[in-house]
Design a protein around this ligand. Structure first.
Ligand code: 5GP
Length: 198
């Protein structure tokens, strides 16, 4: 099996990490492929099966947990399971690409612990909890209750930032995008073989 590297982006919901990950995916020279997670949460807006997530029922998800099919999984919000299937990483490595993850803080740290040398774990920090609230409200994808749940979780997540390799503050998006690009590019080039083992 060819082995690429693992780039993890974790952050409280609404920090802008998805925007950063999408930006990096548009840079062909980075040779990144998005790790499509499995989730038991309902499909949202114009999301597509197999592109944004593999949408599973809670029963299907639990069966895969039992069969040890996940590299990591979390019940991120009550009854909403999210996880990275082992087959997803294998699929991307077999394409000769590096994997980029947009996952929650615990999942991100779990991947870093499993593959400490192969993984760059990046924490994206929102300017403040108040700003996060404004962003989540603007996004209009969650109701008031869900927003409050995400805010409560965000405060706990912010405390885990020092456990990551790098923290990028998403105050000005343009700066955050540039910083993310440079950090990832340096990491991917930090070994002669670029992480891809033939
Ligand atoms: P959303 O419902 O907004 O798509 O995602 C909710 C949270 O779940 C986000 O913080 C997202 O990064 C996280 N998440 C998405 N996929 C995974 C995964 O495979 N594993 C873990 N641990 N978290 C994930």
């Amino acid at each position: 099996m060819q082995t690429g590297k693992l780039i993890v982006f974790s952050a409280p919901s609404g920090s802008g990490k998805t925007t950063i990950v999408k930006h990096l995916l548009k840079q062909p020279e980075l040779n990144l492929e998005f790790s499509v997670s499995a989730t038991s949460r309902p499909i949202r807006g114009d999301e597509k099966e197999g592109k944004d997530y593999y949408f599973l029922s809670a029963e299907e998800f639990k069966m895969k947990i039992k069969n040890d099919e996940f590299l990591e999984w979390e019940e991120v919000y009550r009854d909403n399971f999210y996880g990275t299937l082992k087959t997803e990483v294998e699929r991307i490595w077999s394409l000769g690409k590096h994997v980029i993850f947009d996952i929650d803080v615990s999942g991100g740290l779990r991947i870093k612990r499993k593959y400490p040398d192969l993984t760059l774990a990046v924490f994206v920090k929102p300017p403040s909890i108040d700003e996060l609230k404004i962003r989540l409200k603007k996004r209009k994808t969650e109701d008031e209750d869900k927003i409050n749940m995400r805010i409560a979780k965000a405060s706990a997540e912010l405390a885990t930032a020092p456990l990551f390799d790098v923290t990028i503050e998403n105050d000005k998006l343009e700066h955050a995008l540039d910083e993310a690009y440079d950090t990832v590019n340096d990491f991917l080039n930090s070994e002669k073989d670029n992480g891809i083992k033939k």
